[in-house]
Design a protein around this ligand. Structure first.
Ligand code: BG6
Length: 497
């Protein structure tokens, strides 16, 4: 663990959902688990007029509702709450930064937080450039002798050009090693475990290549719809919301070469190399490589649920995709010829995210007396990201009895059974890493740019083409029929989840 240094966290967007659902609950869990460096202060910034105590009260409710760990005793909460402050203001008002600077200086003296300042952009993304520029223009950024870092929430741009513009603004104020672009998937225990699984075990890595792997499927299925986020989602869609960030990160972790060390730049260098090796999608091929869908009304858990176009904040003729599936090729020595199939969707029958590595079958069928009508299933290694976190390896075994019948069976590791307890939330780990100055689990500027580059032909083709025939799948199903046809054309099937 790096040395614990005191710090001040400033959250822009303190009255928003992220602060109440994730950030303050994560901070609380870290505090409660005695891993948060002290002394610390967290200052919420938002438009609403509120006193420090009002803010503390709100955060008490948020923690009661959303935190993984509840206050064991009121005095522990009181000690935490005494570190929470609030600074009202609008982000384009220079006076806000004056007040914020004064509050920071005062707290640094009173509480001894040492001048280390961590800013968190948790506002609507359209405000990020404003906040960064104003921070740069104020003394806040320059006056302190401590470290200054900034965490930027996703989405990081909405296409390559806007991401580049945001990177330009950010790099005008902060050096790259001060910038932490968050992707909460990287903080998930199961996602962190991908590299441990690959590089801390002798038996898997020798198989991890085109000689043994037939193809890879990455699925992130959600049963939720767009909830109250219709307006945001209309501008995003599944490709921008999930694939450009979370799913491409998963792909990189599966496909990357071992880094020379487990430090921020070596790890991120290898991830960027994977994106560079992805074969560009020719514009005329987009329809063969990508399938999109949008859910109509349907049933989930026996309940009728509305179609996407009837959700709040969504246009009645919306062309936004709530499902996307695509096939990518990683053109390098390790992965030549191994397709990576990615899919994600809202309102799928259940929440389930996994990475399935399907291996080649045996070169020769020894068991001729085995009923040939029953195919011997290929070996599949499944990394279950969530829920039911674990890793399973499927192989063929002889069905007990006088005949030679082979059935697939599974060796199954479950986090819950092996380690017990609830794993920490992704935001806990990520916040702590930013406080400690470790950017390994954060996205670097070049990665974000490359991830947009991979998807640009798709975004452009969709933007220019005719409106899709939506809705094309019922809520509570596994997406449009075209998504099945698309992988079946390659002689493969989506794994049932
Ligand atoms: C967010 C997306 O980044 O990730 C949401 O904006 C999505 O649309 C969420 O629901 C999924 O995260 P998790 O941790 O619930 O899998």
């Amino acid at each position: 663990m790096p040395a614990d240094e005191p710090f001040a966290l400033v959250i822009f967007g303190a009255s928003g959902d992220l602060t109440k659902r994730k950030l303050v609950p994560a901070l609380w869990s870290l505090f409660q688990g005695r891993v948060l460096p002290e002394p610390f202060v967290a200052i919420g910034v938002a438009r609403s007029a509120m006193s420090h105590d009002d803010f503390r009260h709100r955060m008490r409710e948020a923690v009661a509702e959303f935190a993984r760990v509840q206050p064991p005793a009121p005095h522990v909460w009181d000690r935490f709450a005494s570190c929470l402050y609030y600074c009202p203001g609008v982000t384009d008002d220079p006076a806000l930064y004056e007040r914020l600077g004064a509050l920071l200086r005062q707290l640094e003296t009173d509480k001894g937080t040492g001048g280390n300042r961590l800013f968190y952009c948790a506002t609507p993304p359209s405000l990020y450039p404003e906040i960064v520029t104003r921070l740069g223009a104020s003394r806040i950024q320059r006056e302190t002798k401590g470290w200054v870092r900034i965490i930027i929430e996703k989405p990081f741009g909405r296409d390559r050009a806007s991401a580049a513009e945001l990177n330009r603004v950010v790099s005008g104020v902060f050096a790259e090693d001060q910038v932490y672009r968050i992707d909460h998937y990287l903080g998930k225990e199961t996602v962190q475990n991908i590299l441990v699984f690959r590089f801390a075990n002798g038996i898997f890595e020798p198989l991890w290549n085109r000689n043994h792997v037939n193809h890879v499927q990455i699925t992130v299925a959600e049963s939720l719809g767009v909830e109250a986020r219709g307006a945001y989602y209309e501008e995003a869609g599944a490709l921008r919301d999930m694939i450009q960030n979370h799913i491409l990160q998963l792909l990189c972790l599966v496909a990357m070469e071992p880094p020379v060390s487990f430090d921020a730049d070596p790890v991120r260098d290898e991830k960027s190399k994977v994106l560079r090796a992805i074969r560009p999608i020719p514009p005329e091929e987009v329809d063969h490589v990508v399938v999109r869908g949008q859910y109509g009304p349907g049933f989930l858990d026996g309940q009728r649920v509305p179609g996407y176009r009837s959700e709040k904040g969504v246009a009645p003729d919306s062309a936004t995709e709530t499902f996307a599936a695509l096939r990518l090729s990683v053109d390098n020595f390790r992965w030549a010829g191994v397709p990576f199939y990615l899919r994600t969707g809202k309102r799928m029958p259940k929440r389930a995210s996994e990475i399935a590595i399907q291996f080649w079958g045996t070169p020769h069928l020894l068991f001729r007396r085995h009923d040939p009508a029953e195919r011997i299933e290929p070996n599949i290694l499944v990394l279950r990201i969530q829920p039911d976190e674990g890793i399973a390896l499927t192989f063929g075994a002889k069905l007990p009895g006088p005949e030679l019948n082979i059935r697939p069976v599974t060796m199954d590791f479950r986090y819950g059974a092996s380690f017990g307890g609830e794993p920490p939330e992704a935001y806990e780990r990520l916040l702590l890493d930013a406080i400690h100055g470790d950017a390994t689990l954060y996205a670097r500027a070049d990665w974000v740019d490359l991830a947009w580059e991979v998807l640009t032909p798709v975004l452009e083709a969709w933007g220019a083409g005719p409106a899709p025939k939506f809705p094309n799948y019922e809520a509570g199903t596994w997406g449009p029929a075209e998504a099945d046809a698309f992988i079946e054309d390659d002689g493969r099937r989506w794994r049932p989840l």
